[in-house]
Structures are given as C-alpha cells and as structure tokens.
Design a binder for this molecule. Structure first.
Ligand SMILES: Cc1cc2nc3c(=O)[nH]c(=O)nc-3n(C[C@H](O)[C@H](O)[C@H](O)COP(=O)(O)OP(=O)(O)OC[C@H]3O[C@@H](n4cnc5c(N)ncnc54)[C@H](O)[C@@H]3O)c2cc1C
Length: 456
C-alpha cells in the first residue's frame, strides 16, 4: 500500500496551482487539487482577464471620438453596463470550464473545498476529510488589502466587487497608486464615470521608470481623471445620495462608489502554516528558495503567496518548474530577471529591465535614449496624446538594460523587446535592425543620439 494517499496535494486552483497540478499529473504523479472558490483563480475570475475585457470596453469611447478625424460620423454612442458585465461573465464561465476540463483530463483529482495544513504531510478538507500527501504545494494567491484602521471601510469596494457592480456610479473615488488603481481609473473614466484617484505618494506607480510615472499622470489628467496626490482618506461616510471621502488634507469628495486598491497581501492566514512550521516573512508571504521549497522540505509554494513577482505568467512558470523538478526528473529554476510588465492604463505602459534610476544605482555609465512623439493616427484624430519610448543603455558595454514605453500597444511591443533584452542585445544591435514603417515601434531602432549621458 502507498505510504501517502496522494503524491501531491495542491491548495488553490489558480494560475500556479492548476499548472503545477496538471504537469505533475502528466508526469504520472497522483495529484489532488483543492479550490475553495472558482477554478482559474484571481487572474481568470477576478483579475487579468475580466480587467482586460473592461479595458477594451472603456477604450471605445475614444475610438468613437477619433473616428471623426477619419471622416466618420458616429451617432452619439450609448453604453450599457449590464450587457458588458454579462458578456464578461460568459467569457469567464468558458475559461473556468476549460481550466476544469484540462485539469481533470490530466488525471488530477479536483475537490471543491477549502483545505488547510495539519502537518508537513497532512491536509484537512473543509468537511473534515484528511488526506496525506508526499508533497504539499501552497498556491493560495493573495487578497486585496483594505487598511483595517480606515474609518468607513465597510462602505468601500475592492477590485473583486468592481467586476459585479449592479450599476455604474456617476462618480467614483479610487484610492491607491499602483497598477490596479490606475487601470480601474482608466476603465471607469472611459465608461463615462467622473473619476478621482487619491494616492498618498506624490507619484503614481512606485518602482516604475520616472518618465513613465510623469507621463502617465499627465495623460490621465488630460483625459479628465482628477488626481489627488500626496493625500489619503481620513474617513469615508454616507453622504447625500452616496458616499463622501474626507481626506487628510481636508478635501471632501463625493462619490457613488469608493474603490480601494492599496495593495494585496499573501493569502496565508488560517492555513495552518505556522503549526506545520512553515516560515513566513514580514509581509506574511511564504519564504521559499529558488526551487519554491519552504523551510519544511515537503511543503512548496508558488505564485502570489510567495510575494516574489506577483504576475500570472510568473506563477505559471513557478508551478511548472516545481512539477518538472519534483515529478519530471528535470531540475528547473525559474529566472525572475527581465520579466516584462504591462499596465493597462490609458495610455498603456509596457516596461522591461532596469529603470533609469535603477541603472544609475548599478552602473557607472548609463546612456538614455528617449523620444516623445505624436502617433500618425493622432495626427488625424487630433487627439492630444504623445507616445514615450525610452531605452536605458549601459554606456560601457552598449547593452540595453531597460525599455519603457507609454502609449498605444505598449504591452504588445514590450513582450517582443523583452526577448532581445533577455538575449543581451546591445543598442548597436537594436540600430542594426531595420525599421518597420510606418509603425510606432520603429522608433525603438531609430533613436540615434542619447538624450542624456550619465557618467560617474
Ligand atoms: C484586478 C487584478 C488585475 C490583475 N491583472 C493582471 C495582469 O494584467 N497580468 C498579470 O500577469 N497579473 C495580473 N494580476 C495578478 C494575477 O492575477 C496573480 O498574480 C495570479 O493570479 C497569481 O496566481 P496564483 O496561482 O498565485 O494565485 P491565484 O490565481 O490567486 O489562485 C489562488 C487560488 O487559491 C484559492 N484558495 C486560497 N486559499 C485556499 C484554501 N485554503 N483552500 C482552497 N483554495 C484556496 C483561491 O480561491 C484562488 O482560486 C491581477 C490581479 C488583480 C487582482
């Protein structure tokens, strides 16, 4: 008789857990995966996918306006929120079903239940069933954080609820300055909601290149989003016909909805990790090594719960690498360097590698190539919006260290630039690549002279 009920027990069927469970089963392991909510996790159910669908929806407002410059007469467009929400839900149902199908086809057994850890080889399901496992993989993701000290916190929504609002408010206040906050500011603004964004820092998008941070803030304000920077909510209360956000600086901003997007926390509480002896860091994330192994040899963790780089493709890679290493006889270590990132703000951001500030801290000689221009399309549409492209280059070796794009299709472009940067491409090799005309991306291979030469 086998020593354990299963070879692998995966807690959480999101991006990382589904991939790990599926690949481990394909390698012949006996796998059980527990999910307490819907299979697909944050990305599919309440993250990347529905968010991008909402971004698409909100962009039509500008497309209708821009069409006039190309000779179109468009009848005053109208928008129906319930239609969008229902269409989005149908798409998510399809993806959810595909995730379940693929997992089950692989041979993994899916259980719809919350699971907690009893000891390094034992898991308890919500109904009390005990399952023993040779390995346990924690892939429980993260949850939206709302400051417990925020007065009026029971009146706010997070991104979870934003996907299911019964109706669109006339006005919304979004609290936060990270990527989720700016993406939702663009979504609501595009759908015609008067949008205010309150952020305690003096710049949006901490950790991104400064030029992107400035450029985006400027563009958001041009689109009519009110930015309240260097301020934070003191309290939120019910006001006449809605809510009222009182800020530390003394503003009182009315809103139909208040959305808090002030970061996410690893989903580790109440999981039984402490009793199993699993080490957590100061942020509550599971501490793991480069093979995603915790300090308890039989317990591994991947994805947001480890708070390394909290993105879906990273969670998927980590899950896949874990399954290959443990069950596939193939030692795989995930490379967390040079991960491209997008912000589906309007305008969009695509970024990879070092920011100018990061490069200056690491290299003695840094060249900055930068261009800002009005796209061909905006020439006719008359839209007052510029694209920004920036290359950060090691002045000694000529290697491109980072690329930062603000503007239409930035995310699509950066995925491909990321390959060149991963391969160690130099600025000279970018320049040797023939431009593709007429595109915006051609600017990436036609910036001849550095705008700034930093020398230390
Ligand atoms: C609004 C929003 C937009 C985002 N946009 C993007 C984007 O554009 N691109 C991108 O790459 N990333 C994006 N992300 C981040 C991305 O969703 C996460 O990085 C990714 O989902 C992490 O995968 P994971 O496997 O670690 O966890 P998750 O996908 O969160 O899966 C964890 C699963 O575990 C389940 N679970 C938790 N505890 C238990 C338990 N005890 N028992 C059973 N099940 C449990 C949960 O229900 C959940 O289904 C976004 C996130 C949000 C919130």
């Amino acid at each position: 008789m086998a020593e354990f009920d299963v070879d692998l027990f995966v807690i959480g069927a999101g991006s990382g857990g589904v991939r790990a469970g599926r690949i481990a089963a394909q390698h012949g392991a006996r796998v059980m995966v527990a999910e307490e909510d819907r299979v697909g996790g944050t990305c599919v159910i309440r993250g990347c996918v529905p968010k991008k669908l909402f971004v698409y929806a909100s962009r039509f407002a500008e497309d209708f306006e821009d069409a006039a410059g190309f000779g179109w007469t468009v009848a005053p467009p109208s928008f129906d929120w319930p239609t969008l929400v229902a269409a989005k839900d149908r798409q998510i149902d399809t993806l959810n079903a595909a995730y379940i199908r693929n997992l089950e086809r692989s041979g993994a057994k899916l259980v719809a239940a919350r699971a907690t850890i009893e000891d390094p080889h034992t898991v308890r399901l919500a109904d009390g069933t005990i399952v023993t496992a040779k390995y346990i993989l924690v892939a429980t993701g993260s949850t939206a954080f709302v400051d417990p000290a925020l007065e009026g916190r029971e009146l706010v929504i997070t991104s979870n609820e934003a996907f299911h609002l019964q109706s669109l408010p006339e006005k919304i206040v979004i609290i936060g300055g990270g990527y989720i906050a700016v993406e939702f500011a663009g979504i609501f603004n595009g759908l015609g909601v008067e949008t205010t964004l309150i952020h305690r820092g003096d710049k949006l998008l901490r950790g991104f290149d400064d030029d992107l941070r400035h450029g985006l803030a400027e563009a958001l304000e041009k689109k009519g989003i009110r930015l309240v920077l260097g301020d934070s909510p003191a309290r939120i209360e019910k006001g006449e016909g809605g809510l009222l956000v009182h800020t530390m600086a003394g503003l009182a901003i009315p809103a139909g909805q208040v959305m808090v997007a002030t970061g996410r926390r690893p989903n580790t509480s109440g999981l039984g990790l402490e009793q199993a002896g699993v080490q957590l860091d100061g942020a509550g994330a599971i501490t793991v090594d480069e093979r995603s192994q915790s300090n308890v040899p039989s317990i591994y963790a991947v994805g947001d719960v480890t708070n390394r780089i909290n993105l879906t493709p990273v969670a998927i890679r980590e899950g896949h690498a874990f399954a290959d290493t443990i069950f596939g006889n193939r030692d795989v270590v995930v490379d967390h360097l040079g991960v491209p990132k997008a912000v589906f703000s309007q305008p969009e951001i695509g970024t990879v590698g070092l920011s100018e500030e990061e490069a200056l801290a690491e290299f003695t000689s840094v060249d900055i190539f930068k261009t800002s221009f009005k796209s061909l399309k905006n020439g006719l549409s008359g839209r007052d919006e510029r694209m920004l492209m920036k290359l950060v280059v090691d002045g000694d070796s000529g290697r491109v260290l980072g690329c930062h794009i603000l503007g239409h299709d930035a995310a699509e472009m950066i995925q491909l630039v990321a390959i060149a940067i991963k391969l160690g491409a130099t600025k000279a090799q970018f320049d040797a690549t023939m431009a593709l005309h007429p595109t915006a991306a051609e600017e990436l291979v036609t910036m001849r002279e550095p705008s700034i030469r930093h020398r230390r």
